[in-house]
Design a protein around this ligand. Structure first.
Ligand SMILES: [Ca+2]
Length: 210
């Protein structure tokens, strides 16, 4: 009689350790779309999460993630966050957290209700799924390399329409992109080389127009 609960606990622990939610960013811009932010362009950043195993099992879908912070470094504060859309937030407001005085996004959170409950809008069970979109415009276009980090929080996923759920361990969530003083060519390369030195001279050779 006393052995049964121990066996159940061991099985639950093994299942939980196998579930991973990998956060990642995609970067584009309002100009040529190459993700390098040149004069006149704004950055278009999206935060995604992919689930292993997939979230779209019967009854699947994000139950909750966060609240978490997304922190910027390397010049993220020297710009303007013009929009911050939260694609999965059932409640009042649709913005992704709130901005502190350095443009960090604070207390972002996502959640929805099980599809069978009949309210809360369309039930989102894509894999991967985009959860946040940002538009950011630099205050100036001198070279800098900017990093965003959402801290890779764990994510809770529904496993049935009754609202039962399981936790996925978070991973990833960091991206780096560049602001440059010209969209391409000699001026950008010179500025890039001056900033990062030797490592970039190698990159110039490998990316030559041969
Ligand atoms: Ca660009």
């Amino acid at each position: 009689m006393r052995a049964a609960p121990i066996i159940i606990l061991a099985a639950t622990t093994a299942a939980a350790s196998a579930q991973v939610a990998t956060w990642y960013w995609t970067v584009s811009d309002t100009g040529n779309g190459d993700g390098v932010i040149g004069p006149g362009e704004s950055a278009l950043l999206s935060l995604w999460v992919a689930f292993d195993p997939r979230q779209d099992q019967p009854g699947g879908g994000v139950a909750a993630a966060g609240p978490y912070d997304t922190l910027g470094e390397g010049g993220w504060a020297s710009g303007t966050v013009e929009s911050r859309v939260n694609h999965l937030f059932f409640g009042s407001g649709n913005e992704a957290g709130f901005l502190d005085d350095e443009n960090n996004l604070r207390e972002v959170q996502h959640y929805q209700y099980p599809s069978s409950w009949g309210y809360g809008g369309p039930f989102e069970d894509q894999n991967p799924i985009v959860l946040v979109s940002l538009r950011w415009t630099p205050d100036f276009y001198s070279f800098r390399s900017i990093t965003l980090d959402n801290g890779a929080p764990s994510v809770v996923i529904y496993v049935d329409d009754a609202g039962n759920h399981v936790s996925y361990t978070g991973a990833g969530g960091i991206v780096t992109f560049n602001v440059v003083p010209a969209p391409g060519g000699a001026a950008a390369l010179l500025a890039f080389g001056a900033f990062t030195g030797r490592r970039v001279r190698g990159a110039r050779v490998s990316s030559g127009r041969r």
